[in-house]
Design a protein around this ligand. Structure first.
Ligand SMILES: Cc1ncc(COP(=O)(O)O)c(C=O)c1O
Length: 406
């Protein structure tokens, strides 16, 4: 039996996966151009505008509003939709905290809800059951790049007159029935933080097909100004969420490369979907047939310790990392975060909501628990290697299983 790298054996993968963030001469030249133009902010810069248009066009949306980060994109979108104190917004329990904290930022209550057992995206039936007369919106998250069930969510949102917001922070270029995600609902938000599929270190964007949402969001993101009006006129409450020209210049280059990188990730993920599913105890995140392209912000699979000699997941992840296969942590269930458990979130709510019982605090969310505590995320760079590199991921899992089974 091969000795685990954790115990001093040879690692299966000896060279690192491609470095991230990726850049080349194009980013260098684009940054130099901004430098020399002396136009470093977007007022009245041109790169941010160009990027907004290019990114929106790529995702089949009429409008893009570039902002400082993905959290800001959610905050600005919710403000543009008029969500505020007294409202409820349905949010998956399995996501990054920003999906829920952006709701709290507006003063509304995020109603945390379980995800589907197979894709780990918000479960449409759980979301439907969480609707009350106060519900104003649903935020779906396309987890690890796999779209939520947009057919069901569009139907639920339209039947109950709710806004549908897509948190597409993981899903640059993902498709549902051949259409890019982000503008399938009322609006969609993306993040360009360092680890994301396109990055400028930080950054975000809102896309929408609805002119009224674009108008509101653009104003909220720029101190309540309105395009074409005098610089010191401010019409609504807003703040400064503007993206800089530096970031936009880099993001234009990253967008140009997205399709080529997505093609490599798709090829390698397809290989893993088949090969890992053959290993007892490993269940890859399900791929719905209506998902015609998964951007693959990482690769997510379920680990059943029983098939690995009962070894806890932390030890499996440690062994995998030692074999040269890097992972990122799975999200904990949001309702178990201190923010919610301590009651600190209540400070953001309207007085009547603050004193309410919130059932989600004690709710059993079995599928979120499964994803949170039994889910393994390979970082997306592991999908950017060669086919031989990808085969080594499978070899590493098999090697660990053999060793753990003793
Ligand atoms: C699902 C999700 N939503 C929102 C965000 C927030 O994005 P940012 O970090 O750019 O604020 C992130 C990422 O960090 C995320 O993963």
């Amino acid at each position: 039996m091969a000795k685990l790298a954790l115990s001093g054996g040879e690692p299966v993968k000896k060279s690192p996966f491609p470095a991230w963030p990726y850049f080349d001469e194009n980013e260098r030249a684009a940054l130099m151009e901004v430098l020399e133009s002396r136009q470093w902010w977007r007022t009245p810069g041109t790169r941010a505008l160009e990027f907004e248009q290019a990114f929106a066009r790529y995702h089949g949306a009429r409008h893009g509003i570039a902002v400082t980060n993905g959290t800001a994109a959610l905050e600005v979108s919710l403000a543009a939709l008029g969500i505020g104190p007294g409202d409820e917004v349905i949010v998956p329990d399995y996501t990054f905290v920003a999906t829920a904290s952006a709701v709290l930022f507006t003063g509304a209550l995020p109603v945390l809800t379980d995800v589907s057992a197979d894709t780990y995206c918000l479960d449409p039936d759980c979301a439907k059951n969480a609707i009350t007369p106060r519900t104003k919106a649903i935020i779906v998250v396309h987890i690890a790049g796999h779209p939520a069930d947009m057919d069901r969510f569009k139907e639920i949102a339209s039947r109950h007159s709710l806004y549908l917001l897509e948190d597409a922070a993981h899903a640059h270029g993902s498709e549902w029935r051949g259409q890019k995600v982000g503008a399938l609902g009322d609006a969609g938000t993306f993040s360009f933080q360092q680890s994301k599929l396109m990055t400028a270190g930080e950054g975000g964007i809102i896309i929408t097909n609805r002119d009224s949402i674009e108008r509101q969001a653009r104003s909220v993101h720029d101190c309540g100004r309105m395009p074409g009006e005098w610089y010191y006129s401010h019409f609504i409450y807003g703040s400064n969420y503007r993206l800089s020209e530096w970031q936009a210049a880099v993001l234009l280059q990253q967008l140009d490369r997205l399709d080529a990188q997505a093609a490599i990730r798709t090829r390698n993920a397809a290989y893993l979907n088949k090969a890992l599913a053959r290993i007892e105890g490993i269940t890859p995140q399900a791929q719905d047939r209506r998902c015609t392209r998964n951007g693959h912000y990482g690769y997510l699979f379920h680990y059943d310790r029983q098939a690995f000699g009962g070894t806890p997941i932390d030890e499996f992840i440690e062994a995998l990392n030692a074999e040269g296969i890097p992972t990122q942590a799975s999200y904990p269930p949001l309702h178990q975060l201190d923010l919610f458990r301590s009651g600190a979130y209540r400070q953001r709510l309207s007085p009547d909501q603050r004193d309410q019982q919130h059932a989600f605090l004690d709710a059993p969310f079995p599928n979120t628990e499964r994803a949170a505590w039994e889910g393994v995320w390979l970082i997306h760079q592991t999908l950017l290697g060669s086919e031989e590199d990808t085969a080594l991921i499978v070899e590493a899992v098999r090697k660990i299983q053999t060793a753990f089974r003793g």
